[in-house]
Design a protein around this ligand. Structure first.
Ligand code: ACM
Length: 770
C-alpha cells in the first residue's frame, strides 16, 4: 500500500473545470458520501432497466470481487437482483485499466452513459480497492431513492488520505461477528478503509491465541461491578460473568468480510499497559508479582504493566506471531497509551534497566520496550502503530504515531519525520454524545455533533506543508466502556463516521456541510438496509415548552440541523411532507400530543418525536436537563441494575456529583419529589478519587440536600436516602416541602454521604403542587 497522500492525476485535473464546485448539493447530485472528487454532468439520462447484467473478467480476482460486492449491495440496498454475466454484454461493465501510478490504489472512474441502446454504467480502476469503491458508488446510484433513471455523468474519484478509519473497542464491551460485518458494510458504503480493532485491554482479552489458552479462558471474562457482583448464575452459584472472545476462525471471517469490501483490519494488542486481563490469566507476565487477582471491571487507568523480563517478550512475540498470521494488514497497533512506570520502577529488572539507560525520565523504559517490539515487528515485515505516548526520543523511524491527546502528537511526529494518524480527543472520540437529550444513549456528556466532526481539519496549519505527507489520515474511536450494546455502537458511530469519511476522502475545496447534509439525507435508507440503526440526533426535533397563560402552552421546535423543514401533527397522525409545516412557535391548548419530524427533500429523516402537551412537563427535570456544578468526568452513566433489561441513565460529573435546576419556579407551595439511583464507583482515577468530597450526612445512610443558589450553606431541604439503600434500581425518596419564593431561583442538589460507595445520582426531580 502506498504511504503517501494521493496526488491528483492529470485526467482528473482535466475534468476539474466542469465539476461541481464546493457548493450545496445541486439538484441531481447523487447522494454519495463521501463526495467524489469530480462529477461532470453529461447530457441525457439512462433509464435503469428491470434486468441488469454485470460484465467483468472472471479470471481477474479483483474484478470478480467488485462484481460480487456490487451484486450484494444492490440486493441489500434496494432489492435489485443483478445478473453476474461475466462475458455477456453488460449494462454494467467493470474494467481494470492500466494503473497510472502506484498511488492510485483507490482511484476509480464511474460513468453513467445515457441512451436506451448502449446506456449503462462503466466502472474502471487500476487496482482492487478502486474497483471495489466503483462498485460501492455504482450500487448507490442504482439504489438512489426515488430514481428510475440516472442523469448521465462522469465521476472521477480518489481519496485525499489513505487511512480513513474507525476504531472499534471490542474489549470493554464485545460485539458479535455478525454485527461487526454489518458495521463493516456501513463503513464500506462510506469508503472508510481501516477498521482498527481494539482486542485487548484491562477488562478483557478477546482474541484466541492457541499457545496461551488462558488468555481467553480467564482473560475474556469479568464480573461486572456493582449489582453484577450480586447477580448469581444458578448454574454455577457464582456471579454471572460478562464476556466472550473471537476464535481464530471468527477473526478470519471478519478479515475476509472486510477485505471483500476494501477494508483493512488493523489489530490492536495493547502493551505494555492496559494489560490487566492478560496478567490475570498469566500472573508471570506482571511487572510486579501479585497485582491482578481477577480480570477487573473498573474503567480508567491501572498501574499494571507487562514485565520487562525476557520471558515477557517471548510471550509477546509468540502472541504477535499468531496475530500476524491472522491479519494480512501491514500494520500492527500495539497501544502504548496511559502506561504507568510505577511497577517497573519497583521491579528489579526495571531498576537495573534504568541504571543503564541514559536520562532521568522513567518512561524511557517504555521507549526501550517499544523499540524491542518495533524491531520484532520489523523483522516480520510489519509496521508498529501506537498511541502518541510512544513518541519519545529513540522511537524507531518507521513507527506510526496515532495522535489522540489532541493533535500535538501528530504535529510533533510529522516534525520528527514519523508517519501519523489524527485521532484526537475530543472531536474524534465517539464515546462523546452527539446531543444532550434524554433519548440519547449513555456516553460522555461532551457534545460532539455531526457538524463538529465535519468541521475537523485533518491538515492543521501547525503541520508544515513539507511534512504533510506524513499525515496518513484520520480515524474516529468508539471506546466502548459506556457503549454496551450493538445498537448503541451504530448510534454513536453513524452518521458521524460519514463525516469522518468525507473529511478524510474529499479535499477541503470540495467539502460543503450543507451539500453533505442533503446527500446524507438521500443516503439515509442505506443504513437501515445494511442493518445499522444510525443516530438521527442531528435531525431530531426537540420541543421546548413554556407556559402561555392558563391552560395554554407555547411550543418551540428545533433540531441541531435546520435543513429541510419540520412538519407536525396534533391529531395523532404520523407527520410527513404533507403535514403542517412548522415556521414559528405555536400557542396550543394544553392536552393532547404533538408529533414532529424533519423532512428533507420530500422524505422524513429520523424518528417521529412525540411531546405531551402537559404543563406538568415544565416541572420535571431529568438529570440530563440539569446543569452540572463542575467540569470533571462528565458522564451519562448507565445504571448497573438490572443486569438484564432497561436501565436508567444518570447524567453527572463523577468527580463533582452536583446538579443545578436553573430558574425553578417556587412561587406556589411546592413539594419536591426526587428519584435517585446508586452506582458503583468503578473508576481508576488515581489520587483524584481522594479529592471527591461530600457534605456530612445528618441521617444514617445519607440524604439528598437541596440548596438555593450555590451548593453550600444551610440546605432548603434534606431527603433521607433510607430504604433506597435496599434498591439497586431507581427509588423515589419521600417528598419534601420547599419554601415559597417570589421569583424563580436556582436549586442545587448534592448528596450527603459518608463514603464514596455507592455513588448516588439523581435520575429526575419533579416539583409537585400539593
Ligand atoms: C486512549 O484514548 N487512551 C488512546
Amino acid at each position: 500500500m502506498s504511504r503517501t497522500r494521493f496526488r491528483l492525476p492529470a485526467f482528473r485535473a482535466l475534468c476539474a473545470a466542469l465539476a461541481f464546485a464546493a457548493a450545496p448539493a445541486p439538484a441531481g447530485e447523487p447522494p454519495l458520501v463521501p463526495r467524489p472528487a469530480h462529477i461532470t454532468p453529461e447530457p441525457g439520462e439512462w433509464t435503469i432497466p428491470a434486468t441488469l447484467r454485470v460484465q467483468f473478467a472472471p479470471d481477474d480476482p479483483d474484478e470478480t470481487a467488485a462484481a460480487h460486492w456490487l451484486h450484494y449491495l444492490a440486493r441489500q440496498l434496494c432489492g435489485r437482483e443483478l445478473m453476474l454475466a461475466p462475458t455477456a454484454r453488460g449494462d454494467i461493465r467493470l474494467r481494470r485499466h492500466a494503473a497510472e501510478t502506484g498511488d492510485e490504489t483507490e482511484a476509480y472512474r464511474l460513468n453513467v452513459v445515457a441512451g436506451p441502446v448502449d446506456g449503462g454504467l462503466r466502472l474502471e480502476a487500476g487496482h482492487r480497492a478502486g474497483l471495489l469503491h466503483a462498485a460501492g458508488s455504482a450500487a448507490q446510484l442504482l439504489c438512489w431513492p426515488g430514481r428510475d433513471a440516472l442523469p448521465a455523468m462522469r465521476i472521477a474519484d480518489a481519496p485525499q488520505f489513505r487511512w480513513r478509519g474507525a476504531m472499534l473497542d471490542s474489549a470493554r464491551h464485545m460485539q458479535s461477528v455478525d454485527y461487526i460485518k454489518r458495521f463493516l458494510d456501513a463503513m464500506a458504503l462510506h469508503k472508510l478503509n481501516v477498521l482498527h480493532w481494539h482486542l485487548t485491554d484491562d477488562q478483557a482479552w478477546r482474541i484466541d491465541i492457541r499457545r496461551y489458552p488462558r488468555l481467553t479462558e480467564v482473560g475474556a471474562w469479568r464480573v461486572p461491578a456493582g449489582a453484577g457482583e450480586r447477580d448469581i448464575d444458578p448454574a454455577t452459584g457464582q456471579p454471572r460473568r460478562y464476556g466472550g472472545f473471537y476464535t481464530q476462525d471468527h477473526v478470519r471471517e471478519v478479515v475476509a468480510h472486510a477485505a471483500a469490501r476494501g477494508i483493512e483490519v488493523v489489530p490492536e494488542i495493547e502493551m505494555p499497559g492496559h494489560a490487566s486481563a492478560a496478567i490475570a490469566a498469566y500472573p508471570e507476565l506482571a511487572a510486579l508479582a501479585g497485582g491482578v487477582e481477577r480480570v477487573p471491571a473498573d474503567w480508567g487507568i491501572y498501574d499494571n504493566a507487562f514485565t520487562l523480563e525476557d520471558h515477557g517478550f517471548v510471550f509477546l512475540r509468540n502472541v504477535l506471531d499468531e496475530v500476524i498470521e491472522l491479519f494480512p494488514s501491514p500494520w500492527v497497533h500495539v497501544g502504548g497509551d496511559e502506561v504507568s512506570a510505577v511497577q517497573w520502577q519497583a521491579s528489579e529488572r526495571g531498576r537495573a534497566l534504568l541504571a543503564q539507560l541514559p536520562g532521568d525520565d522513567p518512561m524511557r523504559l517504555q521507549t526501550w520496550f517499544t523499540q524491542r517490539i518495533a524491531r520484532y515487528l520489523d523483522s516480520r515485515g510489519k509496521r508498529l502503530v501506537g498511541w502518541d505516548e510512544i513518541l519519545a526520543p529513540g522511537l524507531p523511524q518507521r513507527a506510526v504515531v496515532m495522535s489522540w491527546r489532541g493533535i500535538e502528537g501528530a504535529v510533533e511526529a510529522a516534525r520528527q519525520g514519523h508517519d501519523t494518524i489524527l485521532s484526537p480527543w475530543p472531536t474524534l472520540y465517539f464515546d462523546n454524545q452527539q446531543r444532550n437529550a434524554v433519548d440519547e444513549p449513555p456516553g460522555r456528556l461532551r457534545v460532539i455533533a455531526l457538524r463538529d466532526v465535519y468541521g475537523f481539519d485533518p491538515l492543521p496549519a501547525d503541520i508544515a506543508p513539507a511534512q504533510r505527507h506524513h499525515v496518513l489520515g484520520m480515524q474516529a474511536n468508539l471506546w466502548a466502556e459506556h457503549i454496551r450494546t450493538e445498537p448503541r455502537v451504530s448510534h454513536m458511530g453513524f452518521p458521524r463516521l460519514a463525516a469522518v469519511a468525507e473529511v478524510a476522502w474529499t479535499a477541503a475545496a470540495r467539502r460543503d456541510y450543507s451539500s453533505f447534509l442533503h446527500r446524507l439525507a438521500g443516503f439515509w435508507p442505506h443504513y437501515g438496509a445494511v442493518g445499522i440503526a444510525a443516530a438521527d440526533s442531528a435531525f431530531a426535533v426537540e420541543a421546548a415548552l413554556a407556559q402561555a397563560g392558563e391552560g395554554r402552552l407555547r411550543v418551540s421546535l428545533a433540531s441541531q440541523e435546520a435543513i429541510g423543514a419540520i412538519h407536525y401533527t396534533l391529531d395523532g397522525g404520523t407527520p410527513g411532507a404533507g403535514s403542517p409545516r412548522y415556521d414559528a412557535p405555536l400557542e396550543l391548548a394544553a392536552g393532547g400530543v404533538l408529533k414532529a419530524v424533519r423532512v428533507v427533500d420530500g422524505r422524513a429523516i429520523g424518528a417521529v418525536r412525540e411531546t405531551a402537551l402537559d404543563p406538568a412537563a415544565l416541572r420535571l427535570r431529568h438529570s440530563r436537563e440539569l446543569a452540572r456544578c463542575g467540569e470533571g468526568i462528565d458522564l451519562a452513566l448507565e445504571d448497573d441494575y438490572p443486569p438484564q433489561g432497561e436501565r436508567a441513565v444518570f447524567a453527572f460529573d463523577i468527580q463533582h456529583p452536583c446538579w443545578i435546576w436553573k430558574q425553578a419556579d417556587l412561587r406556589a407551595p411546592i413539594k419536591l419529589h426526587a428519584y435517585v439511583g446508586q452506582v458503583p464507583f468503578n473508576f481508576q482515577i488515581g489520587a483524584a478519587r481522594d479529592a471527591i468530597g461530600f457534605p456530612k450526612p445528618r441521617y444514617q445512610g445519607g440524604e439528598l440536600l437541596v440548596f438555593e443558589a450555590a451548593c453550600d450553606g444551610e440546605p432548603l431541604a434534606r431527603l433521607p436516602l433510607g430504604s433506597a439503600h435496599d434498591n439497586d434500581g431507581v427509588t423515589r425518596l419521600a417528598p419534601a416541602s420547599l419554601p415559597q419564593r417570589g421569583a424563580p431561583v436556582d436549586l442545587c442538589f448534592r448528596f450527603a454521604q459518608s463514603r464514596l460507595e455507592p455513588l448516588w445520582a439523581i435520575d429526575r426531580v419533579v416539583l409537585v403542587s400539593p
